[in-house]
Write a protein that binds this ligand. Structure first.
Ligand SMILES: *Cc1c(COP(=O)(O)O)cnc(C)c1O
Length: 381
């Protein structure tokens, strides 16, 4: 394997217009940043309890309702702390007794761990599949939350959320859609809590969680909150829901994050909605997987084409080439964050294909990788 330096210069005509291909925080569109700057004096630095900010939160909640085509009775809630904090909140306020978790990578495992460690819950059922594949939920008596992941960001596997066949009407389907929401299609009738953070497909910044909640999920949240279970105030979903209904958060949010998310949601809606955004990701995915399939030294890591994510591509690199050298060389040339998920430990590149990323830049990226690989190989011959 090569361990050459990163002194290769990629010809400027090959470079993408924007070199950000990371999976989160991910590319924020420059025009969204301009909009933030333009709102600087009237929006930033003003109270989140007043109309200026509350109307921005309202636009985010309404925009997401439209983007997902949420059925009547679904509500968008939000709070601080990102997805990781929401897992704790769900552990306190959504799981009644026992959850089932489908784990197939780093992120999907984390929520399972939260539930396992909670003293007030029964041990969860965990259905695991090897990295690069995805498990299927199994309806089971006594399971009150089925915990799925729309897109496993650590491996590049996407699994469209579906209610398990035969699940009882009061069992909830909770979906971690952190890297999927706004870029992948789904049927909202199949989910009760579709939750995410805005630093991925929503091209904003981290630190916020958002969740589309079905009426059954809302009923569950309110019932558990009214029970004698102890719930820390900052993790109380009923409190978050109360505040969300007033277009506020329980404590102070990052106003910039909210505005950037609104810019992205409204940009997608103006262009044709989720179908348009997902189509853009389809185009980028076709580019990168066809390129990886055709290349002598590259292969899509996910062998089943139906499971290959259209928002996060993982590409294995032949052992004759050190992928860390490729990623470092790209980085030295302004193309950043193509390193694989660290704990996966593969000779791999990982590339975000989120809606903000121009499909033409994905084409450019493949040419740049080819250029780098050719030169790394030459250096070893
Ligand atoms: C990024 C990511 C998370 C973690 O999100 P935070 O906002 O950093 O907590 C969780 N799940 C998935 C699928 C992710 O991609």
């Amino acid at each position: 394997m090569t361990t050459e330096t990163t002194s290769i210069t990629i010809p400027s005509e090959l470079l993408p217009a924007d070199g950000r291909f990371g999976c989160g925080p991910s590319k924020v569109r420059p025009s969204a940043v301009d909009a933030l700057a333009a709102a600087g004096r009237t929006y930033l630095g003003t109270s989140h309890r007043q109309a200026t900010v509350r109307s921005m939160v309202g636009r985010l909640r309404e925009g997401l309702t439209e983007l997902f085509g949420l059925p009547d009775g679904y509500e968008v809630a939000l709070g601080n702390g990102g997805t990781t904090v929401l897992w704790d909140a769900l552990t306190f306020g959504l799981i009644e007794r026992r959850s089932q978790h489908l784990t197939f990578g780093e992120f999907s495992s984390k929520f399972a761990t939260c539930a396992r460690q909670a003293p007030h819950l029964d041990d969860p059922e965990v259905i695991e599949a090897p990295v690069g594949s995805a498990p299927t939920p199994i309806a089971r008596e006594g399971i009150d939350v089925y915990a799925l992941t729309h897109n496993e960001t650590s491996t590049g596997v996407a699994a469209t959320p579906t209610r398990p066949d035969g699940a009882t009407a009061d069992a909830l389907v909770a979906v971690d859609a952190t890297s999927a929401a706004g870029g992948l299609r789904f049927d909202p009738h199949q989910v009760d809590a579709y939750y995410f953070a805005p630093q991925k497909c929503l091209a904003s910044d981290g630190g916020l969680w958002l969740a589309a909640l079905s009426p059954v999920a809302i009923e569950r949240i309110e019932r558990i909150a009214a029970s004698d279970r102890w719930i820390p105030a900052s993790l109380d979903l009923a409190t978050a829901l109360d505040n969300s209904r007033k277009n506020q958060t329980y404590n102070t949010p990052s106003l910039a994050t909210v505005l950037l998310a609104v810019e992205q949601v409204e940009w997608i809606l103006a262009n044709g909605g989720l179908e348009w955004a997902a189509g853009r990701c389809d185009t980028s995915a076709a580019t990168i997987y066809e390129w990886a399939d055709a290349g002598e030294l590259t292969t899509p890591f996910v062998s089943d084409p139906a499971l290959r994510s259209h928002v996060v591509a993982t590409i294995d690199v032949d052992e004759r080439v050190d992928a860390t050298v490729v990623a470092a060389t790209l980085r030295a040339n302004g193309i950043v964050d193509t390193e694989p998920y660290r704990k996966l430990g593969r000779n791999q590149l990982r590339v975000a294909l989120f809606p903000a990323i121009d499909p033409a830049d994905v084409v450019a990226l493949t040419r740049c990788i080819d250029h780098v690989i050719d030169h790394v190989i030459d250096a070893t011959d």
